[in-house]
Design a protein around this ligand. Structure first.
Ligand code: DGJ
Length: 735
């Protein structure tokens, strides 16, 4: 179905256009209600005669409804007048505002030379296909395009583009996408965090009012709301209905829900705009990043499952097996020395590493973190022959070569800052505070943009880099361009730079990193292949960080490294077996000076890497679930093959529990009728402490049960000690 309404399309460069009688643009009643359906989700949108669209339903699929039934559904949803309220019923639109009767946080907010804007929108065009709906609306001096698209995983993306069609400029304060959720939503889940402790869940009761979480860090942030979900009472990882939103954006953001007494609860997100940041001249447009809405009827895992399916369906999703990485950061830090790095490469290759990544410290003047950022050429003192000797060595060992960059940043002690102080987003000498001795380059400045594109591109070309680790190590504060707030344009420029580089070097893979995991969002992921989840390689901390990063991202996108025996960030000692078990469930790597390992440690590492290489096909394609064990000290993570023929379960203990006998593990989503053999993966040792307290089935070496029994009865978990993990493999017997 593709049905432009009769009016001519609105050119987005047409200031002062006056729109005709909106009545001329009406469709028939049946066509005024559109339904998008996919993967068990339905979105029903009312396209009214006047005003903006209203989402009548977002949630469980309703089956095929005919025009009469859709009209009845609209009637069922129609709002009466409430006591002590506006005299007429008013609509709850996708961009709610006072002109509608809405008194919560507006979806659109702007002024023209201090004149308040309450646009009286009218839809003049509606284009729909089976999975998308694009509506073009106009108001006096404004055009608006709203796009809904529902993908094959049932993930709904909504964005708005507003165009100033008047001859005076428009100062935009807010443009956010909101969708109503069911009245049964009574609890809220969102996230906070800090450096080395990202994505900490906050689960609480939903209370009345307009609730807003803002990020003003100029990047996604360690404490990003990340995914905000409203759910039915008592929802868990596997039960309950949830409505969730994520903003596909790496700059300032607003996450919001409005629970007002006179309306259904609204959930939404949008870019956070600073005063004066977006001022549209006549004819100019502003398009929001997509707000990504996900509904689930099986708890938080249902949210993750839809998002993972949606991401895996992208043409840009990495398809090659995710290589085992060795990253040099915690192995050598800034001490770059060819001999030492060659020895590291030798050992890495011996134990099965496939990609060697030279981290920070290789470029001009970069002997520590006080200098050099911005000077993107190889340091001739440390690397007199350039990086060629190490690149040759790494390639001769059969590994790929990757290199660290932090393109958006500059140290005052750099040639770049000395030559181009005007390129800084935070001008030096104006009192703007340094962070890790660095400031931000203004990428919306074409000369700075071109400099970065050319200098990075030259190095990618010269060394035929396979991989870049793209770091970003500070919040943007007081980020201004010619005196104007500039986080939004800067973020768009970062995206453009990544897009241009990828276009020039189509085989280059890019990892997104920001002081660890401060840039985990679907905006950056549109142009990167791996996300560094955190700067902590402490497996106990990582278990929690990765568990919730997995709500958004499938395992193949989450970088997870085996660190040294005593973690540098927490000073906690952990066993190598445990570190391997945690890194296995991710895009695995090592960040440790493996030249210091004992022969025994190298043997264990080699077997752990072999295990990852054998299982990554399943880990990186299967469905991820987090069985509820009822034991707050245990994290259970399972990956079930799409055809249900195999599964992996990791039981990991991070703290002692309150029970003398560990509870039962139930493994959901197996083939109920298929019979599975359950046994520890052969490459990883069963924790030694279990010798006396292992459950009898583990003493037998394996267990054979149908999927239904494993899901409903489960199996006795071993009583692991904190810092121990057991990885089980489930293989369905041929029928
Ligand atoms: C911060 C990153 O998160 C680390 O992994 C490392 O690359 C350092 N920056 C290098 O400066």
């Amino acid at each position: 179905m593709n049905e432009p309404l009769p009016a001519a399309p609105v050119p987005h460069t047409n200031p002062g256009r006056t729109h005709g009688d909106p009545d001329a643009n009406r469709t028939s009643v049946g066509e005024r209600i559109r339904i998008l359906r996919a993967a068990g989700v339905a979105v029903v949108v009312n396209v009214p005669e006047r005003g903006l669209p209203e989402v009548l339903h977002w949630g469980r699929d309703l089956g095929g409804l005919d025009a009469d039934e859709l009209e009845q559904l609209r009637l069922a949803r129609a709002r009466p007048v409430s006591p002590s309220a506006l005299d007429e019923p008013w609509p709850l639109t996708v961009l709610p505002g006072e002109q509608d009767g809405w008194e919560g946080r507006p979806g659109f907010s702007a002024h023209r030379a201090r004149q308040a804007q309450y646009p009286q929108w009218n839809i003049i065009e509606a284009h729909s296909t089976a999975d998308s709906l694009r509506l073009i609306s106009t108001a006096d001096g404004l055009d608006l395009t709203t796009t809904f698209s529902l993908d094959l995983a049932g993930v709904l993306r909504v964005d708005h583009e507003v165009t100033n069609a008047s001859d005076t400029s428009l100062a935009l304060a807010a443009l956010e996408s909101v969708v109503p959720v069911d009245d049964r939503a009574a609890e809220v889940l969102d996230f906070t965090g800090r450096w080395t402790r990202e994505r900490v869940p906050q689960h609480r009761t939903l209370t009345a009012g307009s609730h807003v979480r803002e990020t003003r860090r100029g990047r996604t942030g360690h404490d990003s709301p990340f995914v905000t979900a409203l759910g039915t009472p008592g929802f868990t990882s596997s039960t309950g209905e949830l409505w969730a939103v994520h903003l596909a954006w790496s700059g300032d953001a607003v996450y919001r829900y409005d629970a007002l007494p006179e309306a259904r609860t609204l959930l939404g997100a949008g870019p956070l705009l600073r005063p004066g940041e977006i001022e549209l001249a006549p004819g100019e447009s502003f398009r929001t990043p997509a707000s990504v809405f996900v509904w689930s009827d099986r708890g938080t895992d249902g949210i993750g499952s839809r998002l993972h399916r949606s991401l895996r369906a992208r043409s840009s999703h990495p398809r090659r097996p995710r290589p085992v990485v060795l990253n040099t950061w915690e192995a050598v830090y800034f001490h770059h020395d060819l001999g030492r790095l060659e020895a590291l490469a030798d050992t890495a290759a011996e134990i099965g590493v496939e990609r060697f990544v030279l981290d920070d410290g290789w470029f001009r003047g970069r002997r520590d973190d006080s200098a050099g950022l911005g000077d993107w050429s190889v340091d001739p003192q440390v690397w007199p022959e350039g990086l060629h000797p190490i690149v040759r060595k790494v390639r001769s060992l059969g590994m790929e070569f990757g290199l660290w960059f932090e393109p958006e940043m500059v140290n005052p002690d750099s040639d770049l800052a000395r030559e181009h102080p005007e390129w800084l987003l935070q001008p030096l000498g104006t009192g703007v505070r340094a962070w890790r001795n660095q400031y931000v380059l203004d990428l919306s400045r074409p000369e700075a943009f071109e400099y970065l594109l050319e200098s990075i591109s030259a190095i990618v070309g010269e060394y035929r880099l396979d991989y870049i680790k793209w770091d970003q190590n500070r919040d943007l504060i007081e980020a201004v361009h010619d005196g104007r707030a500039n986080v939004h344009r800067h973020t768009e420029a970062v995206y453009r730079l990544l897009d241009r580089l990828r276009k020039r070097h189509p085989d280059l893979e890019i990892e997104s990193c920001a002081s660890g995991g401060a840039r985990v969002d679907l905006g950056i992921l549109d142009r990167t292949d791996r996300i560094w989840a955190s700067d902590t390689n402490d497996p106990i901390e990582r278990l929690a960080i990765q568990r919730w990063t997995e709500l958004l991202l499938p395992l193949e996108l989450i970088g997870s490294h085996i660190g040294p025996p005593v973690t540098h960030t927490t000073r906690r000692a952990t066993s190598l077996d445990f570190r391997i078990a945690v890194a296995l469930f991710g895009s695995a790597g090592i960040e440790w000076d493996v030249t210091s390992c004992t022969p025994d440690e190298l043997k264990v590492l080699r077997e752990g890497i072999a295990c990852y290489r054998r299982l990554r096909g399943l880990l990186h394609s299967g469905e991820l679930v987090h069985p509820d064990t009822g034991d707050a000290g245990t994290t259970a993570t399972a990956v079930i093959a799409q055809d249900r023929a195999r599964a992996l379960v990791r039981i990991a203990r991070h703290a002692t529990g309150d029970r003398a006998l560990a509870p039962t593990l139930r493994v959901p989503r197996l083939d109920p009728a298929g019979r599975y053999t359950v046994a520890p993966v052969p490459e990883l040792p069963v924790p030694r402490g279990l010798d006396d307290v292992a459950p009898p089935w583990l003493g037998h070496g394996e267990l054979r049960l149908p999927g239904l029994a494993l899901a409903e009865v489960g199996l006795q978990m071993p009583l692991l000690a904190p810092g121990e993990a057991l990885v089980l493999e489930l293989i369905r017997e041929p029928s």
